[in-house]
Design a protein around this ligand. Structure first.
Ligand code: ATP
Ligand code: MG
Length: 561
């Protein structure tokens, strides 16, 4: 859909209103402001699509700004992963910015605030400060250090910067109002001492600015017109504006903050802190584990950027939080992969079929269409021989009329090939079927033009030729959490709902054309689902991830439960 034709979301309405009130269109500017303390997740995708979508709609610049004010939790690895993911999603940022690049400017402004009597150094313990904070219904109490002289404040603040003091000994606070009804306005902390090296500024600084002080001023420095953030920042807006009041010059653009609802996805968690826990406690194998709701995990799982963008577009932007069902995300990846993924045959749970009337030494190469949805995808050839694998589930000795697969005395068509009939089967001592003896109809080959080649039988099965099949590792994923909203329970931890069976690894048999496949290539394994090649693959050993099964089986399992 073109950007113009879509219905406007409420943020776009706000921008439209500003434009109609005379705001110059060429001054529109947006930013996506991740904190580099983890990998981006599917919730962030909504924010990315919103901000960069606005950029595309209005042809305005969008900055990628790292909100890197906490050296304890932030790392270069995360910066790199975030850049990779935003790029992969298909967006181009104007400038790569870092809040840490503004540390000097922020410091200078803080000094200005002190000089204007708007900030002071507090030397109490954090416990004492907390005890003076009050409650939503009771006012706070002024700090005994609130009325320090400007000179003393300047000296102390400089000493903090020079590294003269221990962590926790002093903080810089804005001097606003300890009786304000908005508790965030009760002399919020602007700076704290941290003797920690920063991934960009190294040991240049040992005082670090707090989020509230940093964010709005960074928006102002970059001249961001609309600073969009999630709802939990709504009460911060008053402070955002107060901090801007202290620095904004009349002739410059004054950014404005607006809020939208966080997106939550069912059967998972979208919080970097919680995702970090999954990584650190080895519930998953890393941030890009294909079970993770991170952009990197989804990519590795076989999601396409287009499917994630379409998902974000469909759910849109909301004013209130709600839970989006993960099956909607799966719907979008199926829809996209259906168009682009070549069809191939692979058997996950093999049982051997021997075609008694087929010559032992023969191999035939049958023509197979790569993608019925895409004519340009062409054909390939798949080998057919006397011994084949089919899925165990596709054969029953006896079954009712509704079973359209193979049963004794019954016929099915082999995809791209012949009609076969099951004559007998062999079992091991536990009663498991080890081999099915069949006969084939030599005139029934698909596409051969004979009358028999058009003969309709109820079922069509996928298969592979035993001597030609390549064994591959297949990783079958299920929901990472058994509960729809694992982090919404008051009496239980989200970790209590981890699905112990979220990963099953099997050896499957695939048609030999897959030998040429490359990492990240997508395929539809016919009748089974969408799969892609994992980075763990090595020459001679392919590893596949199941992106999604062909149909949404989870819904059915839930119904039965
Ligand atoms: P987390 O709780 O996962 O750490 P965060 O909000 O602390 O998330 P940031 O890196 O600060 O993560 O987020 C960057 C931007 O993405 C912010 O504007 C934030 O509001 C937005 N964002 C984060 N999570 C979501 C979400 N679930 N849905 C929509 N937007 C989100
Ligand atoms: Mg954050």
């Amino acid at each position: 859909m073109s950007e113009e034709k879509k219905a406007l979301n409420f943020i776009e309405h706000i921008v439209e209103e500003d434009l109609s009130n005379g705001f110059p269109k060429e001054q529109l500017r947006f930013r996506f402001p991740p904190e580099p303390n983890g990998y981006l997740h599917i919730g962030h995708a909504s924010s990315i699509c919103l901000n960069f979508g606005l950029g595309l709609r209005y042809n305005s610049p969008v900055n990628l700004r790292f909100d890197d004010t906490n050296p304890i939790k932030e790392e270069k690895e995360f910066v790199d992963a975030i850049k990779r993911d935003v790029e992969w999603l298909g967006y181009v940022w104007e400038n790569e910015c870092y809040a840490s690049d503004y540390f000097q400017q922020l410091y200078d402004w803080a000094v200005q605030l002190i000089k204007n009597g708007k900030a002071y150094v507090d030397s109490q313990s954090s416990e004492d400060m907390a005890s003076q904070k009050g409650t939503p219904t009771e006012p706070g109490v002024n700090s005994p250090f609130r009325d320090r002289s400007i000179e003393e404040n300047l000296q102390l603040f400089e000493g903090m910067k020079e590294g003269k003091y221990a962590e926790g000994s002093h903080v810089l606070r804005a001097k606003i109002d300890m009786t304000a009804s908005n508790m965030l306005m009760r002399d919020p902390i602007m700076y704290r001492i941290l003797h920690r090296p920063h991934h960009r500024t190294n040991t240049d600084w040992c005082i670090y600015p707090m989020y509230d002080w940093t964010h709005g001023e960074s928006d102002y420095i970059e001249q961001v017109s609309h600073s969009l953030c999630t709802l939990e920042f709504a009460p911060h807006r008053e402070l955002y504006d107060w901090f801007l009041d202290q620095v904004v010059a009349k002739e410059k653009l004054r950014p404005k903050q607006r809020e939208f609802a966080r997106r939550n996805l069912s059967h998972t968690v979208v919080s970097k802190r919680k995702l970090l826990q999954l990584v650190e406690q080895n519930v998953v194998k890393g941030w890009d584990d294909p079970r993770m709701p991170t952009i990197s995990g989804l990519r590795r799982r076989g999601y396409t950027a287009e499917s994630i963008r379409n998902f974000a577009d469909t759910i849109g932007i909301a004013k209130r939080e709600n839970l989006v069902d993960v099956s909607l995300l799966e719907f979008h990846v199926r829809e996209h992969l259906n168009k682009i993924a070549p069809r191939v045959m692979a058997v996950l749970n093999p049982v051997k079929v021997v075609i008694a009337n087929y010559p032992k030494e023969n191999t035939e190469w049958l023509k197979a269409e790569n993608n019925p949805e895409d004519e340009s995808a062409g054909d390939r050839e798949v080998p057919f021989s006397r011994e084949l694998y089919i899925e165990q589930e596709d054969f029953k000795e006896e079954a009712n009329r509704k079973f359209f697969r193979l049963k004794l005395g019954g016929e099915v068509r082999l995809k791209n090939g012949y009609i076969i009939k099951a004559e007998s089967c062999t079992k091991d001592k536990d009663g498991n079927i080890t081999e099915i003896q069949c006969t084939y109809d030599p005139k029934s080959k698909s596409g051969s033009g004979t009358e028999e080649s058009l003969r309709k039988v109820k079922g069509t099965l996928h298969w592979v030729s035993v001597p030609h099949a390549i064994p591959v590792e297949v990783r079958l994923y299920d929901r990472l959490f058994t509960d729809e909203a694992p982090d919404s329970h008051k009496d239980k931890e989200f970790m209590d709902f981890v699905n112990p069976d979220s990963l099953r690894v099997i050896t499957a048999f695939a048609e030999p054309s897959l030998k040429e496949a490359q990492v990240e290539d997508h395929f539809q394994f016919q009748r089974l689902g969408y799969f892609n090649i994992d980075v763990d693959s090595s020459p001679g050993k392919l590893v596949f991830n199941r992106t999604v099964p062909l149909r949404d089986t989870w819904a059915k399992i839930q119904e039965k439960a």
